[in-house]
Design a protein around this ligand. Structure first.
Ligand code: ADP
Ligand code: MG
Length: 364
């Protein structure tokens, strides 16, 4: 990983007492990834990204970026390191109002001295051109739109060609079209090899990133649970996260055997599984294939306990699943009406499908 956050705890001391904004966060970010960070207001998104930028420090735990331990650096080393390694984009742009857009973009280059003085203006123009502001270079921030100010702020963030860009609600103050434009700039930057971590409230934008990191109450929700069971509340997702087991299976391996007891609810994190039915001639007939974001095991958990089909890993590649034990699954079903209804519908459909296929099989 390019960035490793290990056991990050952040406690704030307030007049009302101690408040734990991050509760032992473990996350990795990989080179070239575009990760969106989502979660309700107050869930710890800003606190988390502030640990990456060094704007704030963890109470305990480690932040490692490449070979550098961010949490150990003093202020002046931090400022130097940040200048070359990180581009930071804020919700309210924070351009200097008395400098033109061009001068704003040149400022970090003057500070960092990575580019020779005579190169800086040309580079700043190139960056402004890249974000669609070539014609506005000499305008003052107040004379252009919010979206244009944010585009200029992104150009400024990448002035010293940092490998990582961290943006906290960069589109929070923009209309849909300007937000879309900002997203496109980030998307283009990931194509150029940058790693981008973007906090956002906008679920549409969040979905379009490579990966979504969902925070709830200062903890990370398991991605597979969040994408497979979107009808759960964030609290319920977090509860499921704390009870899950991650399991790996080899190509061709059986996860569930028809007729045997099953006591797990499985969600596919990676790879493909085949659902098959035993036939009277001893062979298995494939009735479905499933991949990431889909689940199995619920039919037996909600019916007799015995599996009504085989679930076998496809031969192409191994499978990673996250599994919930019977009792955790039952509790979630009791608590979460919308999920319960959705899963019950799926159970009915799957059972009806199996019956249809078995009848067809007999007719042959
Ligand atoms: P988000 O960005 O997801 O809205 P934050 O990371 O800003 O959430 O905040 C997480 C929690 O930590 C909130 O409950 C917030 O009130 C609290 N918090 C953040 N910064 C401070 C601070 N400097 N002092 C006390 N509490 C803070
Ligand atoms: Mg925030």
């Amino acid at each position: 990983p390019l960035i490793q956050m290990k056991d990050i705890v952040k406690t704030f001391v307030t007049p009302a007492g101690r408040f734990m904004a991050l509760k032992s966060i473990n996350v990795n970010f990989y080179e070239g990834e575009f990760v969106s960070v989502v979660g309700k207001s107050g869930s710890g998104k800003s606190t988390l990204v502030n640990m990456l930028t060094g704007i704030d420090r963890p109470t305990s735990g480690e932040v490692q970026i490449n070979d550098t331990y961010i949490h150990q650096m003093n202020e002046s080393n931090m400022a130097r390191w940040r200048g070359r390694n990180l581009g930071i984009v804020f919700q309210f742009y924070q351009l200097l109002p008395m400098l033109s857009l061009l001068e704003n973009v040149m400022l970090p280059m003057d500070f960092c001295e990575m580019y020779a003085p005579e190169e800086r203006e040309e580079r700043a123009m190139k960056l402004l051109d890249m974000v669609g502001l070539a014609d506005y270079a000499h305008q003052m921030p107040a004379s252009v739109s919010g979206g244009q100010q944010q585009s200029a702020a992104i150009a400024r963030a990448i002035a010293n060609d940092p490998p990582i860009i961290v943006a906290d609600e960069p589109t929070g103050n923009l209309d849909t079209q300007a937000a879309d434009n900002v997203f496109h700039i980030f998307d283009e930057l990931t194509r150029q090899g940058k790693t981008i971590i973007m906090v956002t409230h906008d679920n549409n934008l969040a979905e379009r990133a490579n990966r979504k990191l969902l925070l709830a109450d200062g903890e990370v929700v398991n991605e597979t649970i969040a994408s497979t069971l979107p009808l759960l509340t964030h609290q319920q997702m977090l509860k499921a996260t704390k009870h899950l087991e991650t399991q790996f299976y080899a190509p061709g391996e059986h996860i569930i055997h028809e007729g045997q007891f099953n006591d797990r609810f499985y969600m596919i994190a990676r790879g493909l599984i085949n659902v098959t039915l035993n036939q009277s001639d001893g062979r298995e007939m494939q009735i479905a294939q499933m991949g990431p974001g889909q689940y199995f095991g619920e039919v037996s958990l909600l019916q007799s306990g015995r599996a009504t089909a085989n679930v076998q890993v496809a031969y192409e590649s191994p499978v990673e699943v996250v599994a919930l034990k019977h009792n955790t699954f039952r509790e979630l079903m009791d608590e979460a009406q919308a999920m319960r209804e959705a899963i019950n519908r799926v159970v009915h459909e799957r059972l009806a499908h199996n019956t249809l296929i078995r009848q067809g099989g007999q007719a042959n």
